[in-house]
Structures are given as C-alpha cells and as structure tokens.
Design a protein around this ligand. Structure first.
Ligand code: MLT
Length: 323
C-alpha cells in the first residue's frame, strides 16, 4: 500500500514538473544585469532580451542591480527561486574573476546553472584625448614617466575593466589608480569629460566614442583586428605582444532550475544569436559570436571552469584589496 501511494505521489510530482515546464513561461522573465544601464553588458542584454521574447512569448525585463564588481547583482539573481523567471547575466568578471577577488557568500559554479555562452568582446585600451600619446608605445612611455599613477576607470574590483587593468599592470609593471564606477557606461562619461585618464574597456562600449573622436583608442587585446574597427591595431602590432584578453558573456540561472526550463531558455537565446538582425547589431559593436559547438549549457559550464583555472592565479597574485 505504502509503495502504491509513493508511486502515485512521484507520478503526480513528475507530471506537475512536466506541466510546469510545458507552461513555461507563463509570465514575464527578468534578466538581472549586474552593471549600470547603458554599459556594454546592459546593451547586450537588452538586444538579446528583445529577441528572446519573440521565441518565449513573454516580456523580458532588464533589472540593473549594481555594485561590488557585479557581485551584488549575481547574488540577487542566484538567490531567486529556481523557476527560470530570473536569469543572471554575467561575464568573465562576474562569473570567474569575482570568485578570486571577493568572499562572495555564494559559489559561482555550485550555486548556478549555465544556460548559454554569449558573444565576446576584445578589450581596447582607451584614454581621454588630453593624454599626450598617439600610439600604445607612447602611452606606455607616458605612463612610466609619470610621478603619480594614472587613473583607470573600472566597473569595480573584479569587473572586466578592472581585470584588464590588473593584467596590463602585471605585464608592463606600471602602477594604476583604479577608479570604480557602477559600470563602464558611467565611467565612459567621465573619460569623455577628461575626469579620468584611461579605461581598459570592452570594444563594444568604446567603439562609437573612438569613431566620434571623443576618446583615443590605442589597441585591441586580440590576435586579429576587429572588423568593426580595422584602423585600430592589435596589441601585438602596437608593441605589447601577447597581451590578449577577450571578455565573453553568458546567461545562468539559480541551481535547481529544471533542465527542461533551462533548455527552453537556451533555445530562445540561440534563436536570438542566429537572428540576422541581432547578429548585425552585435557585429556593429565589434562583438564576436560564439562558435555553434559552444552554445549548449554544458559547454558554458566547461568553459567557465576552464577560465577559472586560467585567471584565478593571476588575480590572486595581484592581491586585490576589497573591503
Ligand atoms: C559593464 O557593463 O559596465 C561592464 O561589463 C563592466 C565591466 O566588467 O567592465
């Protein structure tokens, strides 16, 4: 008798799960972007969300929850219920570097389920126009001869712009004064206004300001020039060989989210990435599309672990002070 009751109960639970997945989504979904509106992460999430709603048939809301290099927004997302309605948008900074910078109170691998890898961004070295340097070599010479460290805008300790700055300081021996913002969107406003000297930025965030001549771009941290910015040399060409960094982004959901709901979210994101209009928008921003074989949730999980193994030693060696 007990075995019959248990079997019926399990069957009911299973069918409830199936019904829930079949019925997903039945109301709007929120993507938590851990950086300020108008910045590179926000822009990518909004373009993606606008197209994912077509496949999912529900509105995708963007919620900007900022601070502490994006770790506050990620914490907000992963503490929400594992039902697919709250998605954590992040990248190399928030879902890799922050684990080596902060005592997070959560585990970036154990407490999250990967959904999909998103486009990547070469980083670009940019400065305010008043900096007396026309090439990367001249910029490095100017930085070396300065008495006081130059100011580099970041999106907070552990963010992509901070990790790129740490890496640059690591390979050049140049000390920098990091100035944290809630995102590189607001940092860019101060760079254009000449309030800070530099940003090690995502190309997608700087490209239009460089094209408009409002800031100066020196080199992209990739092995090849960006199609959308063919006039900007690579770091190899500009005299800092081997200084390579691409900032990839992704989507995750809280641990325990049903696999079939993750599959639906993954399918909607892949639909968006295959949409010619979306691809055009991303390519105009200098973003590189992820390879097809890397679009499964498992592929993002494996890639995140590989990047943790690659970047944590450098970041931990930099001994980043955060309160
Ligand atoms: C942003 O959207 O502000 C960036 O992703 C921040 C960063 O990591 O540099």
């Amino acid at each position: 008798m007990r075995r019959v009751v248990l079997t019926v109960l399990l069957a009911m639970l299973a069918s409830a799960g199936i019904a829930r997945a079949n019925n997903f989504p039945s109301h709007p979904i929120t993507i938590v972007v851990p950086f300020a509106a108008g910045g590179p992460s926000d822009v990518m999430a909004r373009i993606l969300g606008e197209r994912m709603k077509t496949t999912l048939g529900q509105t995708i809301l963007i919620e900007n929850v900022t601070g502490a290099g994006g770790s506050i927004g990620v914490g907000r997302a992963l503490r929400s219920s594992p039902d697919g309605y709250t998605i954590s948008f992040g990248h190399l900074g928030t879902h890799v570097a922050n684990g080596a910078v902060y005592k997070l109170g959560y585990d970036l691998v154990a407490d999250l389920e990967p959904v999909v890898l998103l486009p990547s961004n070469p980083m670009i070295v940019v400065s305010k126009n008043a900096v007396p340097a026309k090439s990367l070599k001249e910029l490095i010479a100017w930085l070396k001869e300065r008495a006081a460290p130059a100011t580099a805008g970041t999106a907070g300790a552990g963010s992509g712009s901070h990790i790129a700055g740490l890496y640059f300081a690591n390979v050049t021996g140049i000390k920098l004064q990091y100035v944290p913002y809630r995102g590189t969107g607001p940092a860019m406003n101060d760079l254009v206004a000449g309030q800070i000297d530099l940003i090690f930025d995502q190309l997608s965030n700087s490209i239009n300001q460089v094209r408009a001549g409002k800031i100066r771009g020196y080199a992209v941290t990739d092995t090849k020039r960006a199609e959308s910015a063919p006039d900007i040399p690579t770091t190899d060409e500009a005299g800092l060989p081997g200084f390579h960094m691409t900032l990839w982004s992704g989507l995750w959901v809280p641990k325990g989210t049903p696999k079939d709901i993750i599959a639906k979210l993954n399918a909607a994101a892949v639909d968006a990435l295959n949409d010619p209009a979306v691809r055009k928008q991303f390519e105009n921003l200098g973003l590189a599309m992820p390879p097809k074989e890397k679009l499964s949730p498992e592929a993002l999980g494996a890639w995140q672990k590989a990047e943790i193994a690659k970047w944590w030693p450098m970041i931990k060696a930099a001994n980043v002070q955060v309160n």
